[in-house]
Design a protein around this ligand. Structure first.
Ligand code: ADP
Ligand code: TYD
Length: 208
């Protein structure tokens, strides 16, 4: 089974992806956690380029680099693990490119981008995608807090509020278009409440 987590930066999706990983591992499931971009030697090198605030790049190049990192991760790690029957938790997957590069940067027609991404992932579509939803204002506040205590903003995080509003809108459109796969989760609830809501849904999938 493949489960992906999506949402704007600061929505809390990495926190939730990790919660789910620990809970599943605690119940003796074989779990692989991957976060994009990254996860293989090539993909980590691409990540450095993509997130470096000093690197200038054309939005179309950006889209191709995210896709190249993903193509490698899918073929090197995700597919083999999935074929052995493990549960793969993706902290971002191809919907991120449709939302950020499609909705946010407007690099290409959304349908074309979606079709292209299906080739990038070699047809490997998650059974479930959690869209962790918070307002752009709340996410920005959470990140500001994080930057003070830990790390500086990366290249994407510096894109500005208007960009994140477009990304968020595109995520909503994707979730509306594919209600079978997507579950919209209210990310403004407490960490524990969000985790519980996700766990209930995952348990249901596992028992069906
Ligand atoms: P993302 O992966 O979506 O960028 P993170 O999981 O890294 O987000 O969380 C961003 C920040 O918000 C972190 O500082 C985290 O501790 C905090 N956070 C995560 N979930 C919640 C929540 N439900 N309520 C309040 N703060 C949260
Ligand atoms: P990261 O620090 O991993 O952010 P987060 O914790 O929010 O996932 O950085 C990944 C950044 O790259 C994030 O701003 C979202 C962006 N991104 C895209 O623009 N397109 C993509 O296809 C992916 C996977 C990520």
């Amino acid at each position: 089974m493949i489960i992906s987590f999506e949402g704007i930066d600061g929505s809390g999706k990495s926190t939730q992806a990790k919660h789910l990983m620990s809970r599943l591992s605690g119940e003796a499931h074989e779990v692989l956690y991957v976060r994009e971009p990254g996860g293989t030697q090539i993909s980590e090198s691409i990540r450095e380029l993509l997130l470096n605030p000093e690197v200038k790049m054309h939005p179309f190049t950006e889209m191709l680099l995210f896709s190249a990192a993903r193509a490698e991760l899918v073929r090197e790690k995700i597919r083999p693990f999935h074929e052995r029957g493990g549960i793969v938790i993706c902290d971002r997957f191809f919907d991120s490119t449709v939302a950020y590069q499609g909705g946010g940067r407007k690099v290409a027609d959304a349908d074309w981008l979606d079709a292209f991404q299906r080739e990038v992932v070699d047809g490997l579509i998650p059974e479930r995608t959690y869209l962790v939803r918070v307002s752009v204002e709340e996410a920005t506040e959470r990140l500001a807090h994080r930057f003070k205590s830990q790390k500086a903003a990366d290249r994407l995080e510096m894109a500005g509020a208007a960009f994140f509003h477009r990304v968020s809108k595109e995520y909503d459109r994707l979730a509306e278009r594919d209600p079978e796969r997507f579950r919209i989760i209210d990310g403004s609830a407490s960490e524990a409440e969000v985790a519980e809501e996700i766990w209930e849904d995952v348990s249901q999938i596992l028992s069906s």
